[in-house]
Design a protein around this ligand. Structure first.
Ligand code: PMP
Ligand code: GLN
Length: 385
């Protein structure tokens, strides 16, 4: 191709390629064990895969309704009722999306106007800022200070202004594994009461909460849910990140705005996956075994590194373990993960990638959603450091 003669003004001048793509590519290039990008290296249950094939063979291969297949929306409504006691109307308050990323983007596009302020917590998942920037909104960051990464509510209160349109929450939290408490939810409810602030709650790790803790979904709290779009992802829950399917829930008036954007963004989502998931969701016990599975992997990971130079930070949820490596090296976190990948064959994510100001606190993130064999090999390499 010739180079383009056009002069291009970027809509996202500060943005490069996501750290997840960069580190996965580096891992592949060096044949390293990839504990960077968050995805399981084991397969989805055979039964779910069989249901997908069955759905396609049965002829569920044309456009699903714009809002998602009714059977899947019903299954989601039943799930949130059973787990969180939340009543959502499958017809008007639930939409199936092409993963959580699209749901988050669509909610932001639907609800954030140019000049609006959006509060999020840093370290922050990388898609929020660019999604807000594309709508002309302004990100305002509250700190989650290491090592507990707990919110400082007095700071959040100071950041709220008449221009605050949205607060984005994410518990269990990527990348830190911190989990919000019932007190956090009560404080948040008091802060947003009598404001016009909408909450966007990213709950993709809702089923990965450890040590008997409870996932404090916004859906449990009517005073929060009445002003919230809540997002989750089947990718995390059923080991199918590559299917790119998730959903959003919101009160009718918010969901109506969400759908106006959704219909021109993706319009509708892969039909056979929706049939397969609706059928598979009827199976009891999945969420409990998922929590046990990941708690077990977290424990293996932590035990193996307990007496290593890596300092293990708390991990209450998600499938990520953060560690401080300063006893091993005084390199910057990006340089350290690159060398770890190249020379020691294990890839990780530098936490500076999650800070809008690029702050480097000598902390990196490992994903432990891996088979026993992969974990054993990776941990052996890390223990040798
Ligand atoms: N939010 C968070 C916090 C995530 O970690 C991820 C994916 N790892 C997503 C959203 C996106 O989920 P999906 O793959 O369903 O788009
Ligand atoms: N959310 C996943 C992570 O944190 C990656 C998803 C992506 O690559 N965008 O690793």
């Amino acid at each position: 191709m010739p180079s383009t003669p056009l002069s291009i003004t970027s809509r996202l001048p500060q943005v490069g390629t996501t750290i997840f793509t960069v580190m996965s590519a580096l891992a592949q290039q060096h044949g390293a064990i990839n504990l960077s990008q968050g995805f399981p290296d084991f397969d989805a249950p055979a039964e779910l895969l069989a249901l997908l094939g069955e759905a396609a063979r049965e002829g569920h291969n044309q456009y699903a309704p714009m809002t998602g297949l009714p059977v899947l929306r019903e299954a989601i409504a039943q799930k949130v009722q059973a787990l969180y006691g939340a009543d959502y109307d499958a017809g008007e308050e639930i939409t199936v999306t092409a993963g959580a990323t699209q749901a988050l983007f669509t909610a932001i596009a639907a609800l954030v106007h140019p000049g609006d302020e959006v509060i999020a917590f840093a370290p922050v998942y990388d898609s929020y800022g660019p999604s807000v920037a594309l709508q002309g909104g302004r990100m305002v960051y509250a700190d989650l200070p290491a090592p507990s990464y707990r919110p400082d509510w007095a700071q959040v209160a100071r950041l709220i202004t008449p221009r605050t349109r949205m607060i984005i929450l994410n518990s269990p939290h990527n990348p830190t594994g911190a989990v919000w408490t019932a007190d956090d939810m009560a404080t948040l409810a008091a802060l947003v009461k009598d404001t016009n602030i909408v909450l966007l709650s990213d709950e993709v790790y809702e089923h990965m909460v450890f040590d008997g803790l409870r996932h404090e979904s916004v859906l449990r709290y009517p005073a929060l849910a009445e002003r919230a779009v809540v997002v989750s992802s089947f990718g995390k829950t059923y080991h199918i990140t590559g299917w790119k399917i998730g959903y959003a829930l919101a009160p009718k008036a918010l969901m109506a705005e969400f759908r106006k954007v959704h219909q021109f963004n993706v319009f509708t989502v892969h039909t056979p996956s929706q049939v397969a998931l609706a059928r598979f969701m009827a199976k009891p016990g999945w969420y409990e075994q998922l929590r046990a599975l990941y708690q077990g992997k977290r424990d293996i990971f932590r035990q193996a590194l307990a007496s290593s130079p890596f300092e293990l930070l708390p991990c209450q949820g998600t499938y990520f373990q953060c560690v401080r490596y300063v006893a091993l090296s005084d390199e910057g976190d990006q340089a350290f993960v690159e060398r770890l990948t190249r020379e020691h064959g294990v890839a990780a994510i530098p936490l500076s990638a999650f800070y809008p100001d690029g702050r480097d606190e000598g902390v990196i993130r490992f994903c432990f959603a891996k088979s026993a064999t992969t974990l054993e090999q990776a941990l052996e390499r890390l223990r040798r450091l």
